[in-house]
Design a protein around this ligand. Sequence first.
Ligand code: ATP
Length: 452
Amino acid sequence: MSEVQSVEIRPEEIMDKLVSLAKRRGFVFPSSEIYGGIGSCWDYGPLGVELKRNLKDHWWKSMTQKRDDIEGVDAAILMHPKVWEASGHVEGFTDPLVDCKKCKMRFRADELKGDRCPNCGGDLTEPRQFNLMFKTFMGPVEDESAVVYMRPETAQGIYVNFLNVLGPSRQKIPFGIAQIGKAFRNEISPGNFIFRSREFEQMEMQYFVKPEEDEKWLQYWRGERMQWYLDIGIREKSLRWHQHTEEELAHYAKAAYDIEYDFPFGWKEIEGVHNRTDFDLVQHKKFSGKDLSYFSTEEKKRFIPYIIETSAGVDRTALVCLADAYHEEVVRNEKRVVLRLDPKIAPIKVAVFPLVKRDGMPEVALKIYHELKVHFKCFYDESAAVGRRYRRMDEAGTPYCITVDSQTLEDETVTVRERDSMLQTREKIPDLVKVIEEKIRFWGGRAAERCS
Ligand code: ATP
């Protein structure tokens, strides 16, 4: 439409706009907000929870349901404290912490540009190592022997269950174990909204391979994981790989790549695809005394598998989706905010409206709504002018709005409005489920934009 003009938004403005949209439309709120919030924990509202659920479902489907070689688990958050000794977290899961002697603010030394406080220019203390694991006590006595940790990653729950899954599933190497769950890190400098928080969710998959095939599978999983972000509609130009340098590599890793996204605050990691070698299983074998090796019946030999890990954050991915989808336009001299989310992950797929609240239109619209909501997450709205209702759905990222008008009463057709183009087609009521399903399946809005 020629009357539509995109509005350029400066990167430094986008985060404020996203935080405000998230609050206004019910995506994300600060945790315990009525008490002033708590350092970097976030609550997901009605739309946010749908977005997160769609992301997790899409990940789970593509990583487990559609494959024969990956099994799922859901391990406990609290694990035996020895797990974290074996994994190296008790000793080494630390960040260097510095305090400003003047304003008392705290920073991660490795994130600072100079050697002065970025807030007030004051002197900084010498860095000291700060362990990021949250500690708590199991049972009624709060002494050292009762210390347990809130898991800082879901991966360890997979390694310790290697044999438990291998047996009943009768998988053969190469195979993987996937898990989605909460993780907790006492981050020194949380921030950038849901990018870095102290409680977050991870989607991790550990793929067990023959040691000599590690490089092949690392490259395979790099390809799969990058494609996953393209499949949820993220623009290719906003994604890139970062290969860890020798200095950046974790002590256990042989090679590591991060998928990075071009956030308004710079290129940052959203997922790691790492070759962890046999480090994890060797360590757990040593600390538990259990033989975590694998016997290959074809080769008649026993070995400790190597692990290729794919580790993504649900919250970071949600932020990527919001940041990538946020658009402002001027349509016939009026500003329109639109979240161009891929319909697969949009919280609400279809909104149903009567054009006006009379002449039997609400009754027809409600009937359509009740039929469609069996198939899609739908929303019914009859308040305010229809233009206002469209705008509210544009901000929520709802890809399709169905409107019942006076013609509906004559010929049983309705308008279906597409969010990004705002174009409307007329469809027959009995065809709606099929029409919407096909539109979602063949949605090409962002793909087209990617190629341009
Ligand atoms: P960073 O360097 O940003 O701290 P990391 O290298 O410590 O990240 P990993 O340990 O590789 O992160 O965790 C895997 C994924 O988990 C990250 O790519 C990210 O998506 C997510 N993640 C890690 N820490 C946080 C956090 N504090 N808040 C939200 N998501 C996180």
